[in-house]
Every structure is written in C-alpha cells, then in structure tokens.
Design a protein around this ligand. Structure first.
Ligand code: ADP
Ligand code: ZN
Length: 730
C-alpha cells in the first residue's frame, strides 16, 4: 500500500509538503507521525519530519514524489513534542519545519543516522577476585574505586572525574579491573543514586523547599534570592525526592554560567553523572546526551538555552537558573525565549517550573504580582557570609588614572595589602573603543558596519565588534596621512596594563570574551583565581555571571553612565541587574565585601534607589513606570525586522504592512525606525514594533501581515523576520 504523508521541511515557507511512501502496512500508518524522512526537494535531498498522514487524496498519487528513505524505526517526536512544535510555530510565527529543525540536535537535522560512539568502560574482572585483600593492598584510593565498581561498570571518563589516572592504572595492572571499549551502554542512574551530606537549610530555604515539594502538578515558582543566598542548595534539595522517585530534572543555566563547578555540585550530591549540554560539545556528544535523556538514562540534564528541547522520559521538574539572563533568548532563526518554552513545557507535562534569580526579570516579577507565579524570597546570604556594602563614587572633578579615581586606587591598594582580591568591571573589551587622527579627527571605522574599530593591543589589530572584521593597526591616518593617532576611551586591556603599572607587586588577570576563548579556558581561569594566583581581576559582563569568588572583597564598576540615558526602555533593568550581580561577587565568605560604582551622575534616581533600597525595590518601582508608559510586561510587543543593502528598500518593505495593521484598532504600530545597530556587514537594519494589551490579538494581526508579506515579490529581496517579545531593538 502507498500513502501520502505531509512533511515539515526546514525551509522558510509556511506550508507542508506531500510525499508518497510505498509498501507500508496498515499497522505502520499510525506510527509514522514524528519520524524523519529524507526526501527530494528540487535538486537537493533534505530531511524533514512527518506531521500528517493522508489516506484519501483526490489527486493523482503518481504525480507525487516518493520519499528517499524513512529514517527512524521509532518516532523521534511523540504527540506532546509535536504539539509543542506547532505551538512554537504559531506563537513565534515561524515555519513549522524550521521550528522542528531547531528543536532537534544538529546531528539529527542532517541525513546522518545516529551511530553511538564507542567509549571505554571500567569493570571488575571477576575471574581474578580470589585473594582480593592481598591484591588490593592498603591503598584507600584503590579500594574506594574498586568498591564503586562493585555496583556496576562505569564509563572511564566519569570515573576520571573523581579518581586519578594512577589509581585506575594500578587496579588494571593488578588485573583486578578491566578496561573495555564498547558502544555506550544504557545507564541505570537510579541504582547509582547516593545522597551525600547536605547543609541544614535556613528558615527561608526550608519554606521554599517545602512549598515546592508540597505542590502537585504544574506550578511556577519564582525563587528570588539575593546573591549567595543558597538558591543552588534549594535546587539540590527540591530535586532529591524526585530523583529518588525515578523522575528526571532539566536545569537551564546561562551560557557562560555553565562551568564544571556547577555540574560537580550536582554530581557530588547525588553520585550520578549529569548530562551536560553546552556550545563547546561536538554534535555527536550533544546527540548522545539528548538520546540518553529521551530514553531515561540520565537523571539530571544541565544545559544552556537549546537544552530546553531535551525530551525527558520521566519528567519531574524544570529549573531555569538566573532566569533574567539574556542568553535564554535566541537571537536568530526561531527567536524563542527558553524561559517561555520551559513554561509551556511544564504546563504540558504538568510538572513544576522553578525560576531562580537574584535579579528577576520584570516579566517574572510582574507574574508574581498578578499571582501567576508563586513568590519564594531568600533575603539572607547563606552560612556566615553577609551582603556587600554598595557605594557610589562621585567622579565629578576627581583626579583619575586610567579612568579610576585616585581615591579608588587608594582603596584598591588597602585591599591588596590585606591579601584580598579586587575585581574591576569595564563594559568594553579591547584596549580602546576607537582610534582617531590627532590632525584631522578621522576615526578609523569598519565601513560595512559604519562603526569605529576597537583597538586590540594583545592581538595587535583593530577589530570591528559588530562583524569581527580585523585590520592592522595603522601607523598613519587613512584619510590625511598624518602620523599621530590617538585612542579614545578605555577598555579591559588598557585598565589591566594601567593597574599592572600602578601595582607591580600584584598579579592581574583579564576576563573577557577574548581571554576566555577556547575549551575549558574560563574554568581554568576561575580555578586559578580561587587559588589566589591573581589579585586583580579585570573583566566585562562575564564577571557578573554567577561565579563564586570567595576571596573578592571589593568590586569596582566603571563606565556605566551611558546606560542611564539609553533610548532602550530596558536599559535601566539591565543596568540594575548588572550592578547587583557584580556586587554579588564580593564578600562571599566571612570577609565583608564592598562594591563601588563610579559615576558622574550620583543623584540619578535609578542609582539612588538601587544603592539604597536594593534590586527588589528598584524593580518594583520600574514596573510602575512601565505600567504608566504602557510598556511590556503590561503590553505585548512584536517586532518586524528587516535587513537590506538599501535603506529605502528596508523602509518600504516595512511600510507595506502598515495598511493591514491599521485594520486592527486595538494595536499600535511604532516605526519603521532604524535599529540601534543601524548597519551591519553592509546591510541596513530597520524595525517596526507593534504593541497591544492582548497577546492573541497581536498574534492574529501579525499572522495576517506575515501571510501578506510572504506573497510579495519584495519579500524575496530583503531579509526579514518576526521577533516576538523582542528583548532589544538592535
Ligand atoms: P546561590 O545559588 O544563591 O548563589 P549557593 O547555593 O551557591 O547560592 O550558596 C552559596 C554558598 O552558601 C555555597 O557555598 C553553599 O554551599 C552555601 N550554603 C547554601 N545553603 C547553605 C546552608 N543552609 N547552610 C550553610 N551553607 C549554605
Ligand atoms: Zn564590521
């Protein structure tokens, strides 16, 4: 028998494609949904997913192309996941085939079938177990490993996380343990579960833990805990009963916050290996964790944004740590927000969702106010640590060196002399954000991006921070030929050089995306910092991402005044989060910490409120402002974005949508206007924002616009996309 199937293909078209499958039994019909097929598409062969089966068609079947191959014997997506896909497609106004491709691990998007890699396993050699005591000798380490393997064989790479290569080798040499290479085995993590000793939760932690554990089914909790208040400890304790009941837990963390230290806290508490998903893995490694989670072979998955699409066999809970972090929003293709996807999934699966942050997004705070989320505060630091003091440094008329006030340099000196670490935040990487001719004022710029080049001394080049283009540092002005060029502004490299010059007795380290590039580099640096190998830490945003620096007692923040006057209505929220997170790196052990913010605007209400009353207070006031200004989260926004080599073409394209929007009375269209990043790689960028108090109404209007634009010839000449709940206007 032959049937016609509808396939969602990863192409930018809002429709499905019909194909024919030959020789398929009646029984197999119902099992086709959610399987992948490779099909001919024009001159290409591509992989799509079966989303519907049609037995009765009123056209000539022979005209329909046959598939090339049915790729899966079992469905990759079950009905729940298929309905998640179609919700995503409707909500984000993105073609279903591309949505499905985004949800799949890269390896499964291509025609490659999954083959499981071989890895090395350690197991006890039973044939050699007589006279065990004699052979084992008195090495406690060897005995511990031998005992662990008594529970069952384990992957060598997991063993090596807790045992040295020498211990492993000794046992192998004695013939007690054998090493075998074989395809990755199904894991029985429940048998390995061992709960290690844990601290007694304080009162607020206890309330959070019991409230969450008593809740049944879908509930969203916002765990608003000041930095260092023991949120991770709460996560550990709330997932314990779930793991014991055989349920799996998915934990989402920000891109840069996912370090081996985070993972090892979970591994050492529960004695099981955690499935880790982040951008440094290769496609095979990712696909493997994905498969293990789907088949119920791992209890805990910790991953960044895209791991929100991990299928769990026995889902128990989803946790989004640092839920305010911008890395949860995908900024190309399917522009989803992992927190929103996590919310939809939790509801679908009827399991609790935990959002944690010291600086919750205004969206989530709003949801606690309207009682959509339950609010669980942690207001104290855990253990003996106290909150750092937060202070403003009035920079007006101050003497300074390398952008740091003389009085601040004095304070840094005192801290260093006491053996403490000092952290300096600068919002720019590189040496200086621009280089200019001292004679004619010409600024060396990246033409296609219309933006000044940043000077990088360590890489000895100029770099465009929009398109990553590089140039030699010129020895004369490219316009007038004059020899004297001067840099403007200050970046991490320059601060580091300056501090080295001023404090030659202390070692400094730079932490920005240039210096942490490469696998494991950030982790190594973090370890070295916590071993006190460096006393001065200079860095960008990365420093604010949840890291634990017990020896840092002073945090100094430079150059953030620009954000006080930004055109982006989210700028105050982002700045307050940044300042609070940075301050939170100080005073994490028994030494009191302090944060100093250098500013030329010490009277600014935002800074005053934040410094005196804290993020929670600031955020609730900021919500009131949003309410009066009719801004998100009180109204919803969708951005229609376009890129074109011609500015006028971009504008004209967006304007085509206006007559349609005008038919919808209950929405407002703002624009078209140039994006904050007006030009990138030779293309002008513009956007149109539409806004309404009703999400579904807005969605309906935008659906009509998308359908209309899709049919216009102009839509093939520009790059355009829809951005639902945009988080910036870049
Ligand atoms: P957060 O995730 O909020 O930054 P952590 O869970 O990392 O906080 O806790 C900060 C530090 O306090 C960690 O070293 C942790 O082990 C410790 N800690 C957490 N809860 C307790 C507790 N109830 N008693 C003692 N120490 C605790
Ligand atoms: Zn550029």
């Amino acid at each position: 028998m032959s049937v016609i199937i509808q396939v969602a293909l990863p192409v930018p078209l809002f429709r499905f494609f019909d194909y024919r499958i030959e020789s398929i039994g009646q029984d197999d019909l119902t099992t086709l949904l959610g399987k992948r097929v490779s099909v001919p598409f024009g001159p290409r062969q591509i992989v799509g997913m079966i989303v519907d089966v049609q037995q009765d068609v009123d056209y000539d079947r022979s005209k329909i192309k046959a598939i090339i191959e049915l790729m899966d014997s079992e469905a990759i997506f079950d009905s729940t996941f298929l309905s998640l896909a179609s919700w995503l497609s409707d909500f984000y106004l993105h073609p279903l085939g591309e949505v499905i491709a985004t949800m799949l691990p890269v390896l499964l998007r291509k025609s490659a079938k999954l083959e499981w890699p071989h890895i090395e396993y350690l197991s006890i050699d039973e044939s050699n177990s007589q006279d065990l005591d004699v052979k084992l000798g008195r090495s406690k380490l060897q005995l511990a490993l031998y005992k662990q393997l008594g529970i069952g064989e384990r992957a060598l790479k997991d063993i090596r996380k807790t045992h040295s290569a020498a211990t492993v080798k000794a046992l192998i040499d004695k013939g007690l343990v054998q090493k075998q290479s074989k395809p990755i085995q199904a894991l029985d993590w429940q048998a390995q579960l061992r709960i290690a000793e844990k601290p007694r939760p304080n009162l607020e932690q206890s309330i959070a833990i019991s409230t969450i554990n008593e809740a049944v089914g879908f509930n969203t909790f916002l765990l608003e805990g000041v930095t260092g208040s023991g949120k991770t400890e709460v996560y550990l304790q709330i997932i314990e009963p779930l793991l014991l009941a055989g349920k799996q837990v998915l934990i989402l963390v920000p891109e840069i916050g996912l370090t081996p230290q985070t993972v090892s806290r979970f591994e050492s508490r529960f004695g099981i290996s955690v499935g880790v998903l982040h951008s440094n893995l290769n496609n095979k490694e990712r696909a493997l964790v994905w498969k293990q989670a789907k088949e119920g072979e791992i209890g805990i998955v910790i991953g960044t944004r895209s791991s929100v699409f991990t299928i769990l066999k026995n889902p128990g809970m989803i946790i989004v740590d640092e839920e305010h972090d911008e890395s949860f929003k995908q900024q190309d293709g399917l522009r989803y927000h992992a927190r929103d996807v996590a919310a939809y999934r939790s509801k679908q699966l009827d399991i609790p969702l935990i959002l944690g942050s010291a600086t919750p997004s205004l969206e989530s705070l709003h949801n606690t106010i309207v009682k959509k989320f339950r609010h669980l505060p942690l207001t104290q630091r855990a253990g003996n640590a106290t909150m750092p003091t937060q202070l403003l440094m009035d920079m007006r008329n101050q003497n300074h060196q390398f952008g740091i006030a003389d009085s601040m340099l004095e304070k840094i000196k005192v801290q260093l002399e006491q053996g403490n670490q000092v952290m300096v935040f600068v919002n720019r990487r590189g040496y200086a954000p621009s280089i200019m001719c001292h004679s004619c004022g010409h600024v060396e710029s990246c033409e296609p991006c219309a933006t000044p080049f940043t000077v990088h001394k360590s890489a000895r080049n100029l770099q465009c921070h929009r398109c990553a283009a590089t140039r030699y540092i010129p020895n004369k002005c490219s316009r007038c030929g004059h020899k004297e060029l001067v840099t403007e502004g200050i970046g991490t490299e320059q601060i580091q050089l300056g501090l080295e010059q001023l404090f030659p007795d202390y070692k400094s380290i730079r932490i920005d995306s240039d210096s942490v590039r490469g696998k494991g580099k950030l982790t190594r640096l973090l370890t070295q910092i916590n071993n006190n190998e460096y006393q001065l830490l200079i860095g960008t945003q990365i420093l604010s991402k949840g890291h634990h620096f017990p020896n840092v007692t002073m945090v100094l923040i430079l150059n953030v005044d620009g954000a006080l006057f930004s055109a982006d209505f989210r700028a105050p929220e982002k700045l307050a989060q940044l300042i609070t997170q940075l301050a939170g790196r100080a005073g994490r052990s028994d030494k009191q910490g302090e944060m100093w913010l250098q500013t030329h605007n010490p009277q600014h209400p935002l800074l005053q409120d934040l410094i005196n009353n804290g993020y929670g207070d600031f955020a609730r006031f900021a919500l009131l402002e949003r309410k009066h200004a009719l801004l998100p989260p009180y109204e919803y926004q969708i951005a229609l974005r376009v890129e074109s080599t011609y500015l006028l073409q971009a504008e004209k394209f967006l304007k085509m949508s206006l007559p349609i929007f005008e038919q919808f009375q209950k929405l407002r269209a703002i624009g078209p206007f140039p994006a904050f990043i007006e030009k990138k790689q030779g293309r002008f960028r513009m956007l149109l924002i539409v806004q309404s108090a009703s999400r579904s109404y807005l969605n309906k209007a935008m659906t009509q616009v998308v359908n209309f634009l899709d049919q216009q010839a102009e839509s093939k000449r520009v790059k355009w996309y829809v951005d639902v709940n945009p988080i910036d206007f870049n």
